[in-house]
Design a protein around this ligand. Structure first.
Ligand code: PEP
Ligand code: MG
Length: 325
């Protein structure tokens, strides 16, 4: 079985009827690149930068960030690298930059909300990312966007940083794609509006599930309620994918659900263009994709979307998958 999966590694991740679905890797540090290559990821779908930015401490360190980004960009040899801007706060790593007391940190001052206020921190990160974009294909992605206002504000700051670099004579990719993470229900429901401004979407299911079902992703007492196959979650994903495609932009997923073998056929049916996951999950997801047609996946999904409870959906998915794989 191991060797069967390994043999897949040089084959494309296309469905049995020939649709290519990009399988990319989630990383946090450049040291993970060996494993990214070992599993043949077709790019980095999510470079989480919290660790890196926190490492640079109170004095935001542009050079430290730049050297990590450039290492990853060069190390990927021309494959695209999606760098997500700082997502501090909530349940994430907090140091002296982002220390605070909040009653509801998960609903609080985190991610893009933090960056839009602490533009000093944000601009340094954008400078470092833009500089790295001169060395290979880089995409920028903003986390926790809740609506178009935030996205516009972030774009405006990015524009300002580009202007600044230009005036300093520093090289960067002017056409760098800018994407929006969809991980807040309000963003999912207004994704038609966001899709007109974004170059791509990436669905963050870890947070999207948490905020849709109002269930803390880290609270063990309620893990049984944290249900990726909840009809509300599936409906939201469908809305996002359809709105992205109507606007002609690609849509990926970078939450844990993207690397869950039980979810793979559902995500094929929903029409995801890209799945980003821990590198070691890639071979198994590829195996499932390569042995299923889009038509099969759409039929399977159609049955699920008509079911009323996540228990029924879960049960049906498990039985279907066991029989087929
Ligand atoms: C997500 O929310 O699904 C996601 C990919 O981001 P994070 O897990 O870093 O919040
Ligand atoms: Mg998230």
């Amino acid at each position: 079985r191991e060797s069967e999966l390994f043999n897949l590694s040089n084959l494309p991740s296309e469905t049995r009827d020939g649709k290519l679905i990009h399988l990319k890797a989630n990383i946090e540090v450049a040291e993970e690149l060996d494993s990214v290559h070992a599993y043949n990821a077709s790019g980095i779908g999510l470079f989480r930068t919290e660790f890196l930015v926190m490492q640079s401490g109170q004095e935001m360190d542009e050079e430290l960030q730049y050297s990590a980004y450039i290492k990853v960009v060069k190390g990927m040899n021309g494959l695209p690298v999606t760098i997500r801007t700082l997502d501090v706060g909530g349940d994430k790593l907090i140091n002296e930059i982002a220390q605070r007391d909040e009653k509801n940190p998960l609903l609080g001052w985190r991610a893009i909300r933090f960056c839009l206020e602490r533009t000093d921190v944000f601009r340094i990160q954008l400078r470092a990312i833009l500089r790295a974009s001169a060395a290979g294909p880089v995409r920028i992605m903003f986390p926790m966007i809740s609506g178009i206002e935030e996205f516009e504000k972030a774009l405006k700051i990015l524009k300002g940083v580009k202007r600044e670099l230009r005036s300093e004579g520093i090289a960067f990719a002017d056409e760098i794609p800018v994407g929006c993470m969809i991980e807040v229900p309000s963003a999912a429901l207004t994704s038609d509006i966001l899709a007109r401004r974004a170059d791509f979407f990436s669905i963050g299911t870890n947070d999207l599930i948490q905020y849709t079902i109002a269930v803390d992703r880290g609270n063990e007492k309620i893990t049984s309620m944290y249900e990726p196959f909840h009809p509300a979650v599936l409906r939201l994903i469908k809305i996002v994918v359809d709105n992205a495609h109507d606007a002609g932009i690609p849509v990926g997923m970078c939450g844990e659900m993207a690397g869950d073998p039980m979810a793979a056929v559902i995500l094929m049916g929903l029409g995801l263009d890209e799945l980003s996951m821990s590198s070691f999950s890639i071979p198994e997801i590829k195996r499932i994709i390569r042995s299923t047609t889009i038509l099969e996946a759409e039929e399977f999904l159609g049955t699920l979307m008509d079911m009323k409870s996540f228990k029924d959906i879960d049960h049906y998915v498990r039985e279907w998958m066991e029989e087929k794989f």
